[in-house]
Write a protein that binds this ligand. Structure first.
Ligand code: AMP
Length: 485
């Protein structure tokens, strides 16, 4: 199977070729023809499977014909985090270069001025995080009545972040005759209900979870005591042919401290976490992508879904509290057919978390025996307390999700763990609260009819789709980054 068999236009095929992709991934092969036929779709797939292109490519052809109107985006893509939204925008930039499509990115943490200006000029594709979209909608700066294609990406992540009520509100404001695509790594009952309510006779596609099937990632757990973690990490960084690494920590303070420590030991390290403003996060990512630094210490949410080419190693400096995070973390390496190595430092206190990860990924992670003395120290660690021995259900509880997400995108609270840590682990930092700015919502929009399926042969655009948007690498000009610094 190649891309030409999927019904994409010649302009798009040229852009795909220029991006260097010769064969569609399984999700692309299954999703693209369906989306081109204007069908609703549920895609059970994680990042790393090529799912972004599975909706971006056909969307470009679906939107190739049609007129932009002020304040009325023609399509909407909802993403849980700013980074993912920016990454999807990056994909539109890459694949849409032969089409006359305008996009706008609505994400928190940047000034609204340029975003509103782009909307006023009319956009074909609006990529947004739910919180910022709701803010603008409620200020009357946007109308969703002309939005005939909706993508809800990373739906289970949206659920974790408390965005489902916002998504329901947004869905209800779109025309009922729209096309809806929903992507999720898992299908918990709430997402199933959402799909039942807002999708019509969807095609269902499921592709394998990368963590359980991606044999390109060699995984190890490294037994070590808390005291020796930094030393063990440095040893691994020195001895395992690390060219580029992302190191995950469970807390923002650990991210900061570890990055500082690595720098003091001569490593070219940077950091990314939810307490940093958008400009600093993007700057740090750019350093990493350009090779100015080769080690990025990160928190889960800040790094979620990041697509950086050629990451040779992922280190879990802390074993993640939530097993899904393990899957997302190690998925930063071994991408696009490359090989990668993932090391998880495990202390005796992490036993339960490791067990949960292994349950989820379906097998024991091999022990790494290459450290000078990590294992010996691990064995000498104190035995579990009676409290530790209590059943997991008695010791750990998920925090209530109901109020967790309304302003999740405005406050970096998403870096807080979704689960309380085990008894011996100190409490995570509280997320700083920011005021919520909401105003009266405009009246419910009128319904519009679904268009006939456009076919893919669009005319070559007279000018670039992104003229005037000053997209420079991963940092789009309309993010108005300078206003933040
Ligand atoms: P995603 O699942 O969308 O995060 O994509 C994961 C990675 O796969 C990204 O680096 C994409 O650029 C890359 N990718 C997407 N489609 C293909 C393809 N057909 N062949 C090879 N790599 C791809």
């Amino acid at each position: 199977m190649n891309f030409a068999d999927l019904g994409l236009s010649d302009e798009l095929l040229q852009a795909v070729e220029a991006a260097g992709y010769s064969e569609p991934t399984p999700i692309q092969a299954q999703a693209i023809p369906s989306v081109l036929m204007m069908k609703d779709l549920i895609g059970i797939a994680q990042t790393g499977t090529g799912k972004t292109a599975s909706f971006v490519l056909p969307m470009i052809d679906v939107l190739a014909h049609g007129r932009r109107r002020a304040l009325m985006p023609r399509s909407l893509i909802l993403e849980p985090t700013r980074e993912l939204a920016a990454q999807v925008a990056d994909n539109f930039e890459k694949y849409g270069k032969n089409h006359d499509l305008k996009m706008a990115l609505l994400i928190g943490g940047v000034q609204m001025g340029d975003q509103v200006k782009a909307l006023q000029e009319g956009v074909d594709v609006l990529i947004a995080t739910p919180g910022r979209l709701m803010d603008l909608f409620e200020r009357g700066k946007i109308l969703l009545t002309g939005c005939e294609l909706l993508v809800i990406d990373e739906a289970d992540r949206m659920l974790d972040m408390g965005f489902i009520p916002d998504i329901e509100t947004i869905c209800a404001k779109l025309p009922t005759n729209r096309q809806t695509l929903l992507f999720s790594a898992t299908m918990p009952p709430v997402i199933k209900k959402l799909a039942d309510r807002f999708l019509e006779n969807p095609k269902y596609i499921e592709v394998a979870r990368p963590a359980s099937t991606n044999t390109n990632i060699e995984q190890f757990k490294v037994p070590v005591t808390s005291r020796k973690k930094r030393e063990a990490l440095r040893e691994l960084l020195h001895t395992d042919n690390v060219s580029t690494a992302i190191i995950f920590c469970n807390r923002k303070t650990t991210v900061r401290d570890l990055a500082k420590n690595l720098k003091s030991h001569g490593f070219k390290a940077g950091e990314i976490h939810g307490d940093m403003d958008q400009a600093s996060r993007i700057a740090e990512l750019d350093y990493f992508k350009s090779g100015a630094i080769n080690i990025l210490v990160a928190s889960d949410v800040a790094a979620r879904g990041l697509d950086v080419k050629g990451v040779s190693h992922v280190f879990n400096y802390d074993t993640p509290w939530h097993p899904d995070d393990y899957v997302h973390r190690i998925g930063r390496t071994g991408r696009g057919g490359a090989t990668g190595r993932a090391f998880t430092l495990i202390t005796p206190e992490d036993a339960e978390a490791v067990e949960n990860v292994e349950k989820l990924t379906g097998g024991a992670i091999p022990l790494y025996a290459g450290l000078a003395n990590g294992d010996a120290d691990y064995q000498a660690a104190p035995a579990k307390t009676a409290d530790d021995a209590a059943p997991a259900s008695k010791r750990r509880k998920r925090p209530a999700k109901a109020d967790a997400g309304k302003s999740a995108q405005r406050a970096p609270k998403s870096d807080a763990p979704r689960k309380e840590p085990a008894a011996k682990v100190p409490a995570p930092e509280p997320a700083p609260a920011k005021p919520e700015v909401r105003e009266e919502a405009p009246a419910a929009p009128a319904r519009s009819a679904r268009r006939k399926a456009p076919r893919a042969q669009a005319e070559v655009a007279a000018h670039s789709a992104f003229d005037g948007m000053d997209w420079n690498g991963p940092v789009p000009g309309f993010l108005n980054i300078s206003a933040l610094s």
